[in-house]
Structure formats: structure tokens, C-alpha cells
Design a protein around this ligand. Structure first.
Ligand SMILES: [Zn+2]
Length: 351
């Protein structure tokens, strides 16, 4: 595609000028090189401006990321398009600006229908070349009003663990278990396979190790997506979810006996939290994170705190004071739910 090639060449031209002059202001760069961009690279006015903006943005982001001042090269064909200027939606096709004028591109909405209604905004798109095909990458944004504490009408404690991936306890006293048995089993299989390959030390074993690692990550991500989606759908808007702080979870998992340990547990929990946070935000729900201290040792019935209240091996909680008994993951979720209620009462009554 001629447009992206010219665009890339023009980006490299401007990049060299910026690298040499260390100038990051749009106006002087525009005054100096705009005409050359138009005549030597055959760019339309908007494209020439877009090239200048793109290159400046790349230098600025490199700078803010703490990189040394070095020449930025644009190696892959690319082209940035501003919404309703360089590309727009006309009836059922995208109209995209190129050197040879506007071209029409049809698109598939399957799985993305909601972006085309519902107040979503189209951002600056990128034309990219991948797997021998051209794609238009469009970032979508939408403003969501945040759920206020005084509007919370449901509080759900979520205990994350290995036996049950997630155990919830809500304001109606209902407990839900998101089962992790098959999960634990598959996780162990992956682990055994990894260990085998690690001992081999051959190039092909290393390659397989890598591909298994990424397959395992995708699988884990899929599970996190499914559970977080189920949770936000299960509870309506105005829900506050309460989770344990992950620093504590990581700490706890390090102490778990060897056969139960799984290395990336803290990473998986962190991913779970981020997914739940953004999905909750889109549903007028929110997530709060609390210190996990004592959440597994406190009796939700009488408030008695004692380490031996919990029998980890039997997954049983039995209060030494009032003899209240229950599944230990459920107790965790109950205590998290209570902390959420206490928080809401405190902020709404000023108590
Ligand atoms: Zn008790």
C-alpha cells in the first residue's frame, strides 16, 4: 500500500530531523518541513500534519519512559488516522483517506456490535500490516460515571484460592463457589510437563517450554475472564466487590506447602483483580481491596481471632470460642464482605 510506505518514509525523515535538532515543538517543525513532506513524499495536507504529530508523540513517550535520546526508526508500515478526518463511518463501510483519495472498507461487527451504539468514541486508528493482511486498529473509549459509595446496595466478598478459584459471600448471605478442582489438576499437569522439559536442556525442549508457558498463560487468562465476567453478571449494578490485597496473597502462597505451590499465582490473582476492576467499572460496580490480615482466622459469628480456628488441611473453619463451623474459603469471603459493609457504613454515616 503506497500510502503506508510514504507515511513511514515521511516519519523517518521527520524523526531524523527531530533527532538532530532535539526540537519537539509542533509549530517550528511544521514550518520547516511541511512543504517538503507534501512535495517529496506526496502526502496530503492532513497526512503531513499527522506524520509530524506521530513522530513528536513517539519522542515524547520515549522521553517520559526514561529512554536516552536516540534516533527512533519507523520500520513497519504504518499510518495514523484521526477519526472523522482521515477515516469515518459512512453507512456500513469505513471511508479511509489515502494518497490516492478515499477508499471504502467493509467490516465485520461480530462480537463488537456494542461499539457501534452506546456512546462509544472512535480514537486515532492505525493501519498495520500483520500476517500478510492489512488491519485498521481502532482504540475505543467511553466515559463511565463512577459508582459512589452512598449508592452501594450490594456488598460481595471474594476469596481467591486454589481449591475454589473464587468463593463469594453477598449481602443476602448467599455463598457461591467457582470451582477450581479441574483447574488445580490441569495446573499440576502443566507443572509436571514443565519440570520434565527443564531437565532436558535441549534447544527443542526450551522452545516447547516457551510455547507451553504461553499456552498456560492464555488458558489462565481465559479462566480469569470467565470468572470475572460471571461475577459482574451475577451481581447487578451498585455492587461493591471486596478482595484481599495481593501482596498478602503472594506472601501467603509462598508459605503453602510445596505440592500446592504454584509459581505465578500472584500474577494470576493480580490479573483477576485488574479484569474485575475494569469490568465492574463498565457496570456501575466497583472493587475495593483490603488488608488480608486475619480474614482467614476471624470468626464471622463472634469475632474471635485465633490462628487455630482454621484447619487448612481439612479446609474447615471451627471457632475455638463459639464453635461456629464452615468451609474455610467461605469464611474468608464472609470476613471480606463484612469489611466492605463496615467501610460503607463508615463513609456514609461518618461513624
Ligand atoms: Zn466464634
Amino acid at each position: 500500500m503506497v500510502t503506508t510506505r510514504s507515511y513511514r518514509k515521511a516519519c523517518n525523515f521527520v524523526s531524523r530531523k527531530i533527532f538532530e535538532t532535539k526540537m519537539l515543538k509542533q509549530r517550528p517543525i511544521h514550518d520547516l518541513y511541511y512543504h517538503e513532506l507534501r512535495s517529496a513524499f506526496g502526502l496530503k495536507s492532513q497526512m503531513a500534519q499527522s506524520v509530524i504529530k506521530t513522530v513528536i508523540a513517539r519522542y515524547k513517550s520515549a522521553k517520559s519512559n526514561g529512554h536516552d535520546w536516540s534516533l527512533i526508526r519507523f520500520q513497519n508500515p504504518e499510518y495514523d488516522l484521526v477519526w472523522n478526518r482521515d477515516y469515518s463511518l459512512v453507512q456500513d463501510t469505513f471511508s479511509v483517506n489515502t494518497i490516492d483519495g478515499r477508499i471504502k472498507c467493509s467490516y465485520e461487527t461480530k462480537g463488537t456490535e456494542h461499539f457501534f451504539v452506546d456512546n462509544w468514541k472512535f480514537g486515532t486508528a492505525k493501519v498495520v500490516f500483520q500476517h500478510k493482511k492489512w488491519f485498521l486498529h481502532i482504540p475505543m473509549t467511553k466515559a463511565f460515571s463512577e459508582l459512589q459509595d452512598e449508592d452501594v446496595s450490594q456488598v460481595v466478598g471474594i476469596d481467591l484460592g486454589l481449591n475454589f478459584l473464587a468463593t463469594t459471600y453477598d449481602s443476602q448471605g448467599k455463598t457461591l463457589f467457582y470451582n477450581g478442582k479441574s483447574f488445580k489438576h490441569k495446573r499440576a499437569k502443566y507443572k509436571a510437563l514443565r519440570k520434565q522439559l527443564q531437565q532436558k536442556q535441549t534447544a527443542s525442549a526450551r522452545r516447547r517450554l516457551q510455547s507451553i508457558g504461553s499456552r498456560e498463560n492464555r488458558w489462565m487468562m481465559d479462566i480469569n475472564h470467565r470468572i470475572t465476567k460471571a461475577l459482574v453478571n451475577q451481581y447487578g449494578d451498585h455492587t461493591l466487590f471486596v478482595l484481599e490485597d495481593l501482596q498478602g496473597v503472594r506472601h501467603a502462597t509462598e508459605k503453602v506447602k510445596v505440592c500446592n505451590r504454584y509459581v505465578s499465582v500472584s500474577w494470576a490473582f493480580y490479573q483477576f483483580r485488574r479484569m474485575l476492576e475494569y469490568k465492574a467499572r463498565m457496570n456501575r460496580q466497583k472493587v475495593m481491596v483490603v488488608n488480608p490480615k486475619y480474614t482467614s482466622q476471624t470468626c464471622p459469628n463472634c469475632g474471635h481471632v485465633e490462628k487455630s480456628n482454621r484447619d487448612k488441611k481439612k479446609h474447615l473453619f471451627c471457632c475455638k470460642n463459639c464453635h461456629y463451623r464452615s468451609n474455610d474459603d467461605r469464611i474468608g469471603a464472609m470476613n471480606l464482605q463484612r469489611l466492605g459493609i463496615e467501610y460503607i457504613v463508615e463513609v456514609t454515616t461518618g461513624a
